[in-house]
Design a protein around this ligand. Sequence first.
Ligand SMILES: Cc1cc2nc3c(=O)[nH]c(=O)nc-3n(C[C@H](O)[C@H](O)[C@H](O)COP(=O)(O)OP(=O)(O)OC[C@H]3O[C@@H](n4cnc5c(N)ncnc54)[C@H](O)[C@@H]3O)c2cc1C
Length: 489
Amino acid sequence: MSRISVRDTDLQERFAAIVGEKNAIVEPAQLRTYEADGLAAFRVRPKIVVLPSSTEDVCAVVRLARALEMPIVPRGAGTGLSGGALPIEGGIVVGLARMNRILDVDLPNQRMRVQPGVVNLDVSKRIATMGYYYAPDPSSQSVCTIGGNVAENSGGAHCLKYGFTVHHVTAVRLVTDEGEVMDIGSPIADPPGYDLLSVIVGSEGMVGIVTEVVVRLLRRPQATRTFFATFPSTDEAGATVSAIVARGIVPAAIEMMDKLAIEAIVAATGLDWPLDVGAALLMEVDGPVAEAEHTAELATACARACGAVEVRTPRDEKERALMWMGRRSAFAAVGRISPQYYVQDGVIPRSRIGLVLREIALLAAREGLRVANVFHAGDGNLHPLVLYDARVPGEEQRAERAGGEILRVCLKYGGSITGEHGVGADKTAYMGEMFTEADLTAMNDVRCAFDPYRAFNPSKVFPTPRLCGDRPGTYVPHPAELSGHAGRG
Ligand SMILES: Cc1cc2nc3c(=O)[nH]c(=O)nc-3n(C[C@H](O)[C@H](O)[C@H](O)COP(=O)(O)OP(=O)(O)OC[C@H]3O[C@@H](n4cnc5c(N)ncnc54)[C@H](O)[C@@H]3O)c2cc1C
């Protein structure tokens, strides 16, 4: 909460002087748009939203917000699913959507410099005719921004073979808590010094505001082979994923959908996918034509050996696009069969997929809830969608409890509480189950090296509010607390 009392109109005027009248929003009706991200169950109205258009604007906005002691929440498209862009009461949201220009395309060096508000898919669209693309492809790629992808280290269907955002960002420009500009990384490969870029990518908007990003561009593979296989249950589908990887094949993508997810997709899209199966895999291999064909043969043989009921290959590009449309529409399709659902995001070793999905089905049955699974199976990155109806007393609480238990199952099998959606405001309570106090302290120290006053996204990620310089043990007030610059809670 801001400690400096400023009237709303004065606040608006002061930020409007930097970003322009219409880009400094204090109207309650307009602020509603920014109250939540994709985790719509959490809502907080910010004091003000500002929409800068340049790095210089962002520097000035940060300096003013710091002078007013306002917590700062950066925001891209607001599609995050862990409450990372959830405003903080009395705070400012810095929306980067207007900073959506592609600044430079350098095809000989396979680089592109973009502003953070550029939509993920627009990067690939810009260079598609030249035979290049940007590999990380979150299912939300037609709306989410590169800045949000950097903050979340986003993944996607094709990250199994090509890597996550962290593997495709070579430099960023960051506005610090002092409102200064820091360039980290380099457009060239392997610059000397500590790899601070890997600290920034995945930092969930807690170390500064990213205002430029240099991304790596890839050549489109010569050939892609896609196939869709159905199975009696998730056991055989899970076994297929392990068998394919054990054969030494690295598919471009292996996505799994269970029975409920298939039913929802078919109902929403009218696709002719069979309904009398327990699971389906949508798989893709790519590379030079000979390699793609050879690995496609091996992979389909694995699927059949593991008990596939049917293996379909698309007749043409249109049919392939339809298969992917089915997969990408899964979240929306599930939204049509349930008033609400909670998207969980955990990771398990891929060899445990069948086992873990059975445990999830059991715990869902115990809570009297349905769970649909649709996920990046090759990475073992589960997305159980826990269906509930908030109008039924106690059902939302049971869904939340089931979501938490799912994470515990992931941890039990050596996995993680998040694969790609981040910790944000949603999973802070589980951080202590995954990390020791010493781990958390080390992480907090890294964050504090960038943002000692916790100006950016305070109250996110860490299970208990931590000040910079805090040590576990008997409570001793931090100097910043004594001077009234920071508080607990
Ligand atoms: C239907 C659907 C499907 C999805 N599928 C996937 C998927 O396959 N893979 C995946 O990884 N995610 C997926 N997501 C989650 C989400 O789209 C990603 O996390 C995405 O990267 C968020 O981008 P955004 O622009 O919406 O960021 P926001 O939601 O606005 O912000 C996300 C975080 O980034 C921070 N942030 C945003 N911009 C900046 C910046 N410029 N500088 C510093 N911090 C910043 C925010 O403070 C917040 O912590 C999906 C979401 C939906 C709704």
